[in-house]
Design a binder for this molecule. Structure first.
Ligand SMILES: Cc1cc2nc3c(=O)[nH]c(=O)nc-3n(C[C@H](O)[C@H](O)[C@H](O)COP(=O)(O)OP(=O)(O)OC[C@H]3O[C@@H](n4cnc5c(N)ncnc54)[C@H](O)[C@@H]3O)c2cc1C
Length: 504
Protein backbone atom coordinates (compact mmCIF):
# COMPACT_ATOMS: atom_id res chain seq x y z
CA UNK A 1 0.00 0.00 0.00
CA UNK A 2 1.13 3.56 -0.69
CA UNK A 3 1.11 4.55 3.02
CA UNK A 4 2.77 7.63 4.41
CA UNK A 5 4.78 10.04 2.29
CA UNK A 6 8.53 9.32 2.17
CA UNK A 7 11.21 11.92 2.84
CA UNK A 8 12.74 13.18 -0.44
CA UNK A 9 16.14 13.71 1.17
CA UNK A 10 16.23 10.06 2.30
CA UNK A 11 15.24 8.90 -1.20
CA UNK A 12 18.40 10.64 -2.41
CA UNK A 13 20.52 8.09 -0.48
CA UNK A 14 19.67 5.36 -3.00
CA UNK A 15 21.08 4.82 -6.48
CA UNK A 16 17.87 3.84 -8.29
CA UNK A 17 17.69 1.44 -11.23
CA UNK A 18 14.87 3.57 -12.58
CA UNK A 19 13.24 6.90 -11.79
CA UNK A 20 9.87 7.49 -13.41
CA UNK A 21 8.85 11.15 -13.77
CA UNK A 22 5.09 11.73 -13.71
CA UNK A 23 2.39 10.18 -11.56
CA UNK A 24 -0.40 9.80 -14.11
CA UNK A 25 -1.61 6.47 -15.45
CA UNK A 26 1.49 6.09 -17.66
CA UNK A 27 4.00 6.64 -14.86
CA UNK A 28 1.99 4.49 -12.44
CA UNK A 29 1.80 1.69 -15.00
CA UNK A 30 5.57 1.82 -15.56
CA UNK A 31 6.29 1.76 -11.82
CA UNK A 32 3.94 -1.20 -11.38
CA UNK A 33 5.52 -3.27 -14.15
CA UNK A 34 9.03 -2.30 -13.06
CA UNK A 35 8.37 -3.30 -9.45
CA UNK A 36 6.97 -6.65 -10.58
CA UNK A 37 10.19 -7.21 -12.54
CA UNK A 38 12.25 -6.58 -9.41
CA UNK A 39 13.62 -3.26 -10.66
CA UNK A 40 14.50 -0.77 -7.90
CA UNK A 41 12.20 2.01 -9.04
CA UNK A 42 10.94 5.36 -7.77
CA UNK A 43 8.16 7.56 -9.17
CA UNK A 44 8.16 11.32 -8.62
CA UNK A 45 5.12 13.49 -9.31
CA UNK A 46 5.20 17.29 -9.38
CA UNK A 47 1.63 17.85 -8.20
CA UNK A 48 -0.68 15.18 -6.87
CA UNK A 49 -0.93 11.66 -8.26
CA UNK A 50 -3.27 11.75 -11.31
CA UNK A 51 -3.32 15.57 -11.19
CA UNK A 52 -2.80 15.77 -14.98
CA UNK A 53 -4.89 14.20 -17.71
CA UNK A 54 -5.38 10.98 -15.79
CA UNK A 55 -8.06 12.48 -13.53
CA UNK A 56 -9.77 14.37 -16.36
CA UNK A 57 -10.41 11.75 -19.04
CA UNK A 58 -13.78 10.45 -20.23
CA UNK A 59 -13.29 7.50 -17.82
CA UNK A 60 -13.69 4.91 -20.56
CA UNK A 61 -11.74 1.72 -20.67
CA UNK A 62 -12.57 1.04 -24.26
CA UNK A 63 -11.50 -0.05 -27.68
CA UNK A 64 -12.78 3.19 -29.14
CA UNK A 65 -15.04 2.99 -32.19
CA UNK A 66 -13.42 6.16 -33.52
CA UNK A 67 -10.07 4.37 -33.84
CA UNK A 68 -11.75 1.61 -35.80
CA UNK A 69 -13.32 4.27 -38.03
CA UNK A 70 -9.83 5.77 -38.53
CA UNK A 71 -8.66 2.31 -39.65
CA UNK A 72 -6.41 1.92 -36.59
CA UNK A 73 -7.06 -1.77 -36.07
CA UNK A 74 -3.90 -2.38 -34.04
CA UNK A 75 -4.79 0.28 -31.45
CA UNK A 76 -8.41 -0.90 -31.32
CA UNK A 77 -7.41 -4.55 -30.83
CA UNK A 78 -4.77 -3.67 -28.25
CA UNK A 79 -7.27 -1.50 -26.34
CA UNK A 80 -10.01 -4.12 -26.44
CA UNK A 81 -7.69 -6.83 -25.18
CA UNK A 82 -6.58 -4.58 -22.33
CA UNK A 83 -10.22 -3.71 -21.60
CA UNK A 84 -11.04 -7.38 -21.18
CA UNK A 85 -7.96 -7.95 -18.97
CA UNK A 86 -8.89 -5.01 -16.71
CA UNK A 87 -12.53 -6.06 -16.47
CA UNK A 88 -11.40 -9.49 -15.33
CA UNK A 89 -8.73 -8.32 -12.88
CA UNK A 90 -10.22 -5.15 -11.41
CA UNK A 91 -13.92 -5.86 -10.81
CA UNK A 92 -15.69 -2.93 -9.19
CA UNK A 93 -13.07 -0.50 -10.47
CA UNK A 94 -13.44 -1.25 -14.18
CA UNK A 95 -17.07 -2.09 -14.93
CA UNK A 96 -18.78 -3.17 -18.12
CA UNK A 97 -21.17 -0.53 -19.41
CA UNK A 98 -23.92 -0.67 -21.98
CA UNK A 99 -23.58 1.89 -24.80
CA UNK A 100 -26.26 3.07 -27.22
CA UNK A 101 -25.27 4.59 -30.55
CA UNK A 102 -28.42 6.26 -31.97
CA UNK A 103 -28.60 6.34 -35.76
CA UNK A 104 -30.19 9.14 -37.75
CA UNK A 105 -32.46 8.41 -40.72
CA UNK A 106 -30.67 8.88 -44.06
CA UNK A 107 -27.24 9.37 -42.48
CA UNK A 108 -24.06 7.33 -42.48
CA UNK A 109 -23.35 5.08 -40.65
CA UNK A 110 -26.63 3.22 -40.96
CA UNK A 111 -27.74 0.04 -39.24
CA UNK A 112 -25.83 -2.40 -41.44
CA UNK A 113 -22.55 -0.51 -41.51
CA UNK A 114 -22.69 -0.29 -37.70
CA UNK A 115 -23.57 -3.97 -37.40
CA UNK A 116 -20.49 -4.92 -39.41
CA UNK A 117 -18.28 -2.49 -37.44
CA UNK A 118 -19.52 -3.79 -34.09
CA UNK A 119 -19.28 -7.41 -35.18
CA UNK A 120 -15.61 -6.74 -35.91
CA UNK A 121 -15.21 -4.73 -32.69
CA UNK A 122 -16.59 -7.62 -30.64
CA UNK A 123 -14.47 -10.09 -32.58
CA UNK A 124 -11.30 -8.17 -31.67
CA UNK A 125 -12.36 -8.24 -28.01
CA UNK A 126 -13.38 -11.90 -28.05
CA UNK A 127 -16.96 -11.15 -26.92
CA UNK A 128 -20.37 -11.02 -28.61
CA UNK A 129 -22.19 -8.10 -27.16
CA UNK A 130 -23.96 -5.98 -29.77
CA UNK A 131 -27.50 -5.84 -31.05
CA UNK A 132 -30.00 -3.59 -32.76
CA UNK A 133 -32.41 -1.51 -30.64
CA UNK A 134 -35.53 -0.26 -32.43
CA UNK A 135 -36.65 3.38 -32.15
CA UNK A 136 -39.55 2.31 -29.88
CA UNK A 137 -37.28 0.33 -27.62
CA UNK A 138 -34.81 3.25 -27.57
CA UNK A 139 -37.59 5.65 -26.54
CA UNK A 140 -38.36 3.38 -23.59
CA UNK A 141 -34.74 3.04 -22.54
CA UNK A 142 -34.04 6.78 -22.79
CA UNK A 143 -37.44 8.42 -22.36
CA UNK A 144 -36.36 12.05 -22.82
CA UNK A 145 -34.41 11.40 -26.04
CA UNK A 146 -36.02 12.84 -29.17
CA UNK A 147 -36.23 9.74 -31.36
CA UNK A 148 -38.26 11.31 -34.19
CA UNK A 149 -35.32 11.53 -36.61
CA UNK A 150 -33.77 8.28 -35.44
CA UNK A 151 -34.12 4.81 -36.93
CA UNK A 152 -33.01 3.18 -33.68
CA UNK A 153 -29.64 2.53 -32.05
CA UNK A 154 -26.87 -0.02 -31.97
CA UNK A 155 -26.24 -1.34 -28.50
CA UNK A 156 -22.80 -2.61 -27.55
CA UNK A 157 -20.62 -2.68 -24.45
CA UNK A 158 -17.38 -1.05 -23.32
CA UNK A 159 -16.25 -0.21 -19.78
CA UNK A 160 -16.11 2.72 -17.36
CA UNK A 161 -13.82 3.46 -14.45
CA UNK A 162 -12.79 6.23 -12.09
CA UNK A 163 -9.51 7.18 -13.80
CA UNK A 164 -8.00 8.77 -10.70
CA UNK A 165 -8.87 5.76 -8.53
CA UNK A 166 -7.36 3.53 -11.22
CA UNK A 167 -4.06 5.41 -10.91
CA UNK A 168 -4.18 5.07 -7.11
CA UNK A 169 -4.92 1.36 -7.36
CA UNK A 170 -1.93 0.78 -9.61
CA UNK A 171 0.32 2.84 -7.34
CA UNK A 172 -0.80 0.87 -4.28
CA UNK A 173 0.05 -2.36 -6.04
CA UNK A 174 3.36 -1.01 -7.31
CA UNK A 175 4.41 -0.06 -3.79
CA UNK A 176 3.20 -3.42 -2.49
CA UNK A 177 5.63 -5.01 -5.00
CA UNK A 178 8.58 -2.91 -3.83
CA UNK A 179 8.26 0.33 -5.86
CA UNK A 180 8.35 3.77 -4.20
CA UNK A 181 6.34 6.86 -5.08
CA UNK A 182 6.17 10.45 -3.89
CA UNK A 183 3.82 13.27 -4.86
CA UNK A 184 4.45 17.03 -4.92
CA UNK A 185 8.05 16.48 -6.05
CA UNK A 186 8.85 18.16 -9.36
CA UNK A 187 11.88 17.38 -11.51
CA UNK A 188 13.68 20.58 -12.46
CA UNK A 189 16.24 19.03 -14.79
CA UNK A 190 18.02 15.82 -15.67
CA UNK A 191 21.71 15.56 -16.53
CA UNK A 192 24.10 12.76 -17.37
CA UNK A 193 27.25 11.85 -15.44
CA UNK A 194 30.39 10.54 -17.09
CA UNK A 195 29.64 7.00 -15.78
CA UNK A 196 26.28 7.03 -17.61
CA UNK A 197 24.16 7.55 -14.47
CA UNK A 198 21.55 10.28 -14.55
CA UNK A 199 21.12 12.94 -11.88
CA UNK A 200 17.81 14.67 -11.27
CA UNK A 201 17.30 17.90 -9.40
CA UNK A 202 13.98 17.41 -7.59
CA UNK A 203 12.07 19.93 -5.50
CA UNK A 204 9.66 18.86 -2.79
CA UNK A 205 6.84 21.41 -2.92
CA UNK A 206 4.96 19.91 0.02
CA UNK A 207 7.77 19.89 2.57
CA UNK A 208 7.87 23.63 3.08
CA UNK A 209 9.12 24.74 6.46
CA UNK A 210 5.74 26.36 7.20
CA UNK A 211 2.87 25.47 4.87
CA UNK A 212 0.70 28.31 6.19
CA UNK A 213 3.12 31.21 5.88
CA UNK A 214 5.27 29.63 3.18
CA UNK A 215 8.98 28.81 3.27
CA UNK A 216 11.73 27.46 1.07
CA UNK A 217 10.93 24.13 -0.58
CA UNK A 218 13.54 21.37 -0.20
CA UNK A 219 15.57 20.42 -3.28
CA UNK A 220 17.55 17.17 -3.53
CA UNK A 221 19.66 15.42 -6.17
CA UNK A 222 18.54 11.91 -7.06
CA UNK A 223 20.61 9.40 -9.01
CA UNK A 224 19.37 6.66 -11.33
CA UNK A 225 20.70 4.30 -13.98
CA UNK A 226 17.65 5.00 -16.18
CA UNK A 227 15.03 7.74 -16.29
CA UNK A 228 11.63 7.53 -17.96
CA UNK A 229 9.90 10.83 -18.56
CA UNK A 230 6.17 10.01 -18.40
CA UNK A 231 4.90 13.55 -18.03
CA UNK A 232 2.17 13.39 -20.68
CA UNK A 233 1.33 16.84 -22.02
CA UNK A 234 4.47 18.21 -20.30
CA UNK A 235 6.81 15.65 -21.91
CA UNK A 236 8.57 18.17 -24.16
CA UNK A 237 9.83 20.10 -21.12
CA UNK A 238 12.17 17.26 -20.08
CA UNK A 239 12.73 15.18 -23.24
CA UNK A 240 15.70 17.21 -24.48
CA UNK A 241 14.38 16.83 -28.05
CA UNK A 242 12.40 19.18 -30.31
CA UNK A 243 8.72 19.35 -29.31
CA UNK A 244 6.61 16.36 -30.36
CA UNK A 245 3.45 16.78 -28.30
CA UNK A 246 0.40 18.60 -29.70
CA UNK A 247 -1.66 19.35 -26.56
CA UNK A 248 -5.40 19.06 -27.13
CA UNK A 249 -8.03 20.02 -24.62
CA UNK A 250 -11.18 18.04 -23.99
CA UNK A 251 -13.87 19.33 -21.65
CA UNK A 252 -16.75 17.69 -19.82
CA UNK A 253 -19.81 18.85 -17.90
CA UNK A 254 -21.40 17.11 -14.93
CA UNK A 255 -25.14 17.60 -14.50
CA UNK A 256 -27.54 16.08 -11.95
CA UNK A 257 -28.97 12.70 -12.91
CA UNK A 258 -32.39 14.05 -11.91
CA UNK A 259 -32.21 16.47 -14.86
CA UNK A 260 -30.79 13.96 -17.36
CA UNK A 261 -31.29 10.43 -16.04
CA UNK A 262 -29.41 7.71 -17.90
CA UNK A 263 -28.56 4.11 -17.15
CA UNK A 264 -26.67 3.56 -20.39
CA UNK A 265 -23.97 5.52 -22.15
CA UNK A 266 -25.15 7.41 -25.23
CA UNK A 267 -22.91 8.26 -28.17
CA UNK A 268 -24.42 11.34 -29.76
CA UNK A 269 -23.07 12.36 -33.14
CA UNK A 270 -23.28 16.11 -33.59
CA UNK A 271 -25.27 16.63 -36.82
CA UNK A 272 -23.36 19.90 -37.40
CA UNK A 273 -19.78 18.59 -37.44
CA UNK A 274 -20.07 14.80 -37.18
CA UNK A 275 -18.16 14.66 -33.86
CA UNK A 276 -19.26 12.04 -31.34
CA UNK A 277 -19.98 13.20 -27.78
CA UNK A 278 -20.66 10.80 -24.90
CA UNK A 279 -23.41 11.31 -22.36
CA UNK A 280 -23.11 8.76 -19.58
CA UNK A 281 -23.96 7.92 -15.98
CA UNK A 282 -21.00 8.41 -13.67
CA UNK A 283 -20.73 8.44 -9.88
CA UNK A 284 -24.50 8.87 -9.57
CA UNK A 285 -24.77 11.86 -11.93
CA UNK A 286 -24.52 12.43 -15.68
CA UNK A 287 -21.35 13.34 -17.55
CA UNK A 288 -21.29 15.01 -20.97
CA UNK A 289 -18.15 15.21 -23.05
CA UNK A 290 -15.90 15.79 -24.72
CA UNK A 291 -14.73 18.61 -26.90
CA UNK A 292 -11.47 18.37 -28.86
CA UNK A 293 -9.45 21.55 -29.35
CA UNK A 294 -5.84 22.63 -29.62
CA UNK A 295 -4.75 23.77 -26.15
CA UNK A 296 -2.57 26.86 -26.35
CA UNK A 297 -2.75 28.03 -22.73
CA UNK A 298 0.17 28.08 -20.32
CA UNK A 299 0.86 24.38 -19.60
CA UNK A 300 1.46 25.18 -15.94
CA UNK A 301 -2.00 26.60 -15.49
CA UNK A 302 -4.80 24.14 -14.68
CA UNK A 303 -6.95 23.73 -17.81
CA UNK A 304 -10.58 24.79 -17.80
CA UNK A 305 -13.63 24.46 -20.03
CA UNK A 306 -14.21 27.64 -22.01
CA UNK A 307 -17.57 29.29 -22.49
CA UNK A 308 -17.55 28.15 -26.13
CA UNK A 309 -17.00 24.52 -25.15
CA UNK A 310 -19.78 24.65 -22.55
CA UNK A 311 -22.18 26.12 -25.12
CA UNK A 312 -21.16 23.48 -27.67
CA UNK A 313 -21.94 20.61 -25.28
CA UNK A 314 -25.20 22.14 -23.99
CA UNK A 315 -26.43 22.85 -27.51
CA UNK A 316 -25.72 19.30 -28.64
CA UNK A 317 -27.46 17.68 -25.67
CA UNK A 318 -30.42 20.06 -25.83
CA UNK A 319 -30.83 19.19 -29.52
CA UNK A 320 -31.22 15.51 -28.63
CA UNK A 321 -33.21 16.21 -25.43
CA UNK A 322 -35.49 19.15 -26.39
CA UNK A 323 -37.74 18.73 -23.35
CA UNK A 324 -34.84 18.76 -20.89
CA UNK A 325 -33.16 22.04 -21.97
CA UNK A 326 -30.13 22.10 -19.71
CA UNK A 327 -28.76 25.51 -18.76
CA UNK A 328 -25.72 26.78 -16.85
CA UNK A 329 -27.74 26.49 -13.65
CA UNK A 330 -27.81 22.70 -14.07
CA UNK A 331 -24.05 22.30 -14.26
CA UNK A 332 -22.56 20.81 -11.10
CA UNK A 333 -19.03 21.27 -12.38
CA UNK A 334 -16.91 21.33 -15.50
CA UNK A 335 -13.69 19.39 -16.07
CA UNK A 336 -11.04 19.96 -18.73
CA UNK A 337 -8.09 17.72 -19.55
CA UNK A 338 -5.19 18.03 -21.95
CA UNK A 339 -4.53 15.11 -24.21
CA UNK A 340 -0.89 14.56 -25.11
CA UNK A 341 -1.21 13.82 -28.80
CA UNK A 342 1.94 12.89 -30.69
CA UNK A 343 1.78 15.40 -33.53
CA UNK A 344 1.69 14.13 -37.08
CA UNK A 345 3.08 17.50 -38.11
CA UNK A 346 0.24 17.89 -40.61
CA UNK A 347 -1.79 20.31 -38.49
CA UNK A 348 -5.49 20.08 -39.42
CA UNK A 349 -8.47 18.94 -37.37
CA UNK A 350 -7.42 17.94 -33.83
CA UNK A 351 -9.96 15.05 -33.83
CA UNK A 352 -8.22 13.44 -36.80
CA UNK A 353 -4.82 13.07 -35.09
CA UNK A 354 -3.92 9.49 -34.11
CA UNK A 355 -4.13 8.54 -30.43
CA UNK A 356 -1.10 6.26 -30.37
CA UNK A 357 1.70 6.62 -27.87
CA UNK A 358 5.35 7.10 -28.76
CA UNK A 359 8.57 6.27 -26.91
CA UNK A 360 11.81 8.03 -27.78
CA UNK A 361 15.13 8.60 -26.09
CA UNK A 362 17.74 11.31 -25.96
CA UNK A 363 20.92 11.49 -23.91
CA UNK A 364 19.78 8.76 -21.52
CA UNK A 365 16.27 10.13 -20.94
CA UNK A 366 13.51 7.93 -22.30
CA UNK A 367 10.32 9.85 -23.00
CA UNK A 368 6.89 8.27 -23.37
CA UNK A 369 3.79 10.25 -24.21
CA UNK A 370 0.43 9.95 -25.93
CA UNK A 371 -1.78 6.89 -25.95
CA UNK A 372 -4.76 6.10 -23.80
CA UNK A 373 -5.73 5.36 -20.25
CA UNK A 374 -6.93 1.95 -21.41
CA UNK A 375 -3.58 0.85 -22.83
CA UNK A 376 -1.38 1.94 -19.91
CA UNK A 377 0.08 -1.55 -19.46
CA UNK A 378 1.18 -1.87 -23.08
CA UNK A 379 2.65 1.65 -22.95
CA UNK A 380 4.57 0.72 -19.78
CA UNK A 381 6.01 -2.41 -21.36
CA UNK A 382 7.06 -0.45 -24.45
CA UNK A 383 8.86 2.13 -22.30
CA UNK A 384 10.61 -0.55 -20.23
CA UNK A 385 11.73 -2.27 -23.44
CA UNK A 386 13.27 0.93 -24.80
CA UNK A 387 14.94 1.45 -21.40
CA UNK A 388 16.54 -1.98 -21.87
CA UNK A 389 14.87 -3.71 -18.90
CA UNK A 390 13.03 -6.29 -21.04
CA UNK A 391 13.62 -7.74 -24.48
CA UNK A 392 11.11 -8.37 -27.24
CA UNK A 393 10.27 -11.88 -26.09
CA UNK A 394 9.70 -10.88 -22.49
CA UNK A 395 7.58 -7.96 -23.67
CA UNK A 396 5.35 -10.26 -25.69
CA UNK A 397 5.08 -12.83 -22.91
CA UNK A 398 4.16 -10.21 -20.28
CA UNK A 399 1.64 -8.59 -22.55
CA UNK A 400 -0.08 -11.85 -23.32
CA UNK A 401 -0.07 -12.95 -19.69
CA UNK A 402 -2.21 -9.96 -18.69
CA UNK A 403 -1.87 -7.84 -15.56
CA UNK A 404 -1.23 -9.09 -12.05
CA UNK A 405 -2.91 -7.23 -9.21
CA UNK A 406 -3.04 -8.06 -5.52
CA UNK A 407 -6.47 -8.92 -4.12
CA UNK A 408 -7.23 -5.95 -1.92
CA UNK A 409 -10.80 -5.03 -1.19
CA UNK A 410 -9.85 -2.20 1.21
CA UNK A 411 -8.82 0.13 -1.62
CA UNK A 412 -11.77 2.33 -2.64
CA UNK A 413 -12.96 2.04 -6.23
CA UNK A 414 -14.70 5.41 -6.26
CA UNK A 415 -17.63 4.02 -8.18
CA UNK A 416 -20.97 3.30 -6.59
CA UNK A 417 -21.47 6.08 -4.03
CA UNK A 418 -24.34 8.47 -4.61
CA UNK A 419 -22.12 11.45 -3.73
CA UNK A 420 -24.99 13.92 -4.00
CA UNK A 421 -26.58 12.51 -0.85
CA UNK A 422 -23.37 12.71 1.15
CA UNK A 423 -22.86 13.10 4.15
CA UNK A 424 -25.82 10.75 4.73
CA UNK A 425 -24.49 7.37 5.83
CA UNK A 426 -21.06 6.41 7.10
CA UNK A 427 -19.65 4.47 4.16
CA UNK A 428 -18.10 7.41 2.36
CA UNK A 429 -16.75 8.92 5.56
CA UNK A 430 -15.06 5.60 6.36
CA UNK A 431 -13.57 5.62 2.86
CA UNK A 432 -12.31 9.18 3.31
CA UNK A 433 -10.74 8.20 6.62
CA UNK A 434 -8.93 5.30 4.91
CA UNK A 435 -7.76 7.57 2.09
CA UNK A 436 -6.40 10.14 4.54
CA UNK A 437 -4.37 7.47 6.26
CA UNK A 438 -3.03 5.60 3.23
CA UNK A 439 -2.92 7.85 0.16
CA UNK A 440 -0.50 10.75 0.79
CA UNK A 441 -3.16 13.47 0.76
CA UNK A 442 -1.28 16.79 0.98
CA UNK A 443 -3.99 19.29 0.12
CA UNK A 444 -7.77 19.46 0.41
CA UNK A 445 -8.07 19.43 -3.39
CA UNK A 446 -6.30 16.02 -3.49
CA UNK A 447 -9.10 14.63 -1.36
CA UNK A 448 -12.03 16.42 -3.03
CA UNK A 449 -11.03 16.17 -6.70
CA UNK A 450 -8.97 13.00 -7.03
CA UNK A 451 -9.21 10.57 -4.07
CA UNK A 452 -12.97 11.21 -4.09
CA UNK A 453 -15.06 13.12 -6.63
CA UNK A 454 -17.04 15.16 -4.12
CA UNK A 455 -15.65 18.33 -5.68
CA UNK A 456 -16.95 17.39 -9.15
CA UNK A 457 -20.31 16.06 -8.07
CA UNK A 458 -21.48 18.63 -5.54
CA UNK A 459 -22.47 22.17 -6.53
CA UNK A 460 -19.73 24.79 -5.88
CA UNK A 461 -17.27 22.01 -5.11
CA UNK A 462 -19.27 21.00 -2.04
CA UNK A 463 -18.30 24.21 -0.23
CA UNK A 464 -21.30 24.03 2.10
CA UNK A 465 -20.39 20.56 3.27
CA UNK A 466 -16.71 21.15 3.95
CA UNK A 467 -17.28 21.73 7.70
CA UNK A 468 -18.41 18.08 7.98
CA UNK A 469 -14.89 17.07 6.94
CA UNK A 470 -12.86 19.58 8.95
CA UNK A 471 -12.42 17.60 12.17
CA UNK A 472 -11.51 14.31 10.51
CA UNK A 473 -9.12 15.86 7.98
CA UNK A 474 -7.35 18.03 10.56
CA UNK A 475 -7.02 15.10 12.96
CA UNK A 476 -5.64 12.69 10.37
CA UNK A 477 -3.33 15.16 8.62
CA UNK A 478 -2.21 17.05 11.71
CA UNK A 479 -3.56 20.38 10.46
CA UNK A 480 -4.52 23.22 12.80
CA UNK A 481 -7.33 25.72 12.16
CA UNK A 482 -5.16 28.16 10.19
CA UNK A 483 -3.90 25.39 7.91
CA UNK A 484 -7.51 24.26 7.34
CA UNK A 485 -8.49 27.80 6.37
CA UNK A 486 -5.55 28.11 3.95
CA UNK A 487 -6.51 24.77 2.39
CA UNK A 488 -10.19 25.70 2.04
CA UNK A 489 -9.26 28.95 0.29
CA UNK A 490 -6.80 27.20 -2.03
CA UNK A 491 -9.43 24.56 -2.87
CA UNK A 492 -12.22 27.06 -3.55
CA UNK A 493 -9.90 29.11 -5.78
CA UNK A 494 -9.16 25.98 -7.83
CA UNK A 495 -12.89 25.19 -8.09
CA UNK A 496 -13.63 28.73 -9.20
CA UNK A 497 -10.80 28.90 -11.76
CA UNK A 498 -10.92 25.45 -13.31
CA UNK A 499 -14.10 23.54 -12.46
CA UNK A 500 -16.83 26.18 -12.64
CA UNK A 501 -18.91 27.61 -15.46
CA UNK A 502 -17.01 30.49 -17.02
CA UNK A 503 -18.94 33.59 -17.97
CA UNK A 504 -18.80 34.75 -21.59
C1 LIG B 1 -10.63 14.89 -22.47
C2 LIG B 1 -9.91 13.58 -22.51
C3 LIG B 1 -10.64 12.40 -22.49
C4 LIG B 1 -9.98 11.17 -22.52
N1 LIG B 1 -10.71 10.04 -22.44
C5 LIG B 1 -10.11 8.84 -22.43
C6 LIG B 1 -10.88 7.67 -22.26
O1 LIG B 1 -12.09 7.73 -22.06
N2 LIG B 1 -10.25 6.49 -22.30
C7 LIG B 1 -8.91 6.39 -22.48
O2 LIG B 1 -8.41 5.27 -22.53
N3 LIG B 1 -8.13 7.49 -22.61
C8 LIG B 1 -8.71 8.72 -22.57
N4 LIG B 1 -7.96 9.85 -22.68
C9 LIG B 1 -6.52 9.74 -22.76
C10 LIG B 1 -5.90 9.53 -21.40
O3 LIG B 1 -6.60 10.25 -20.42
C11 LIG B 1 -4.45 9.98 -21.41
O4 LIG B 1 -3.79 9.35 -22.47
C12 LIG B 1 -3.72 9.62 -20.13
O5 LIG B 1 -4.45 10.04 -19.00
C13 LIG B 1 -2.34 10.24 -20.12
O6 LIG B 1 -1.71 9.85 -18.94
P1 LIG B 1 -0.24 10.28 -18.63
O7 LIG B 1 0.15 9.61 -17.37
O8 LIG B 1 0.62 10.04 -19.82
O9 LIG B 1 -0.32 11.85 -18.44
P2 LIG B 1 -0.84 12.66 -17.17
O10 LIG B 1 -1.98 11.99 -16.52
O11 LIG B 1 -1.03 14.06 -17.59
O12 LIG B 1 0.36 12.55 -16.15
C14 LIG B 1 1.55 13.27 -16.31
C15 LIG B 1 1.99 13.73 -14.94
O13 LIG B 1 3.30 14.26 -15.02
C16 LIG B 1 3.42 15.26 -14.01
N5 LIG B 1 4.56 16.12 -14.30
C17 LIG B 1 4.68 17.06 -15.26
N6 LIG B 1 5.89 17.64 -15.20
C18 LIG B 1 6.56 17.06 -14.18
C19 LIG B 1 7.85 17.23 -13.61
N7 LIG B 1 8.71 18.14 -14.10
N8 LIG B 1 8.22 16.47 -12.55
C20 LIG B 1 7.37 15.55 -12.04
N9 LIG B 1 6.13 15.34 -12.55
C21 LIG B 1 5.73 16.08 -13.61
C22 LIG B 1 2.08 15.99 -14.10
O14 LIG B 1 1.79 16.70 -12.92
C23 LIG B 1 1.11 14.83 -14.36
O15 LIG B 1 0.48 14.37 -13.19
C24 LIG B 1 -8.58 11.11 -22.62
C25 LIG B 1 -7.84 12.30 -22.63
C26 LIG B 1 -8.50 13.52 -22.56
C27 LIG B 1 -7.74 14.79 -22.54
Amino acid sequence: MLGSRPDLVKLADTRWDLIVIGGGITGAGILHQAAQLGIKALLVEKHDFSYGTSSRSSKMVHGGLRYLKQGDIRLTRESLQEREHLLRHLPGLVVRQSYLFPLRRGQFPGRWAMTVALWFYDLLAGVRDHRWVSADDLAQRVPALDTRALTGAMRYTDALTDDSRLVMRILHDAVEEGGRAINYCGVNDVSRRSNGDLTLSVTDHAAKADPVRGGTPVTATLVARRVINATGAWADQLSGTPARVRPQRGSHLFVPAQRLPLSECLTLVNPRDGRPVFVFPWEGETCIGTTDLDHRDDPDREPRATRKEIDYLLELVNGFFPDVQLTDADILSTMAGVRPIIASGKGGDPSSERRDHAVWSHDGVITVSGGKLTTFRVIALDALAVAGFIDRHRHRALRRAGPRFAQNSAIPTGLGHPLRRWPEGDALLAEIDWVLQHEMVQHLDDLMLRRTRLGNMLPRGGEERLPVLAKLVCERLGWDQSRWEVEVQRYLDIIQDSYSVQEA
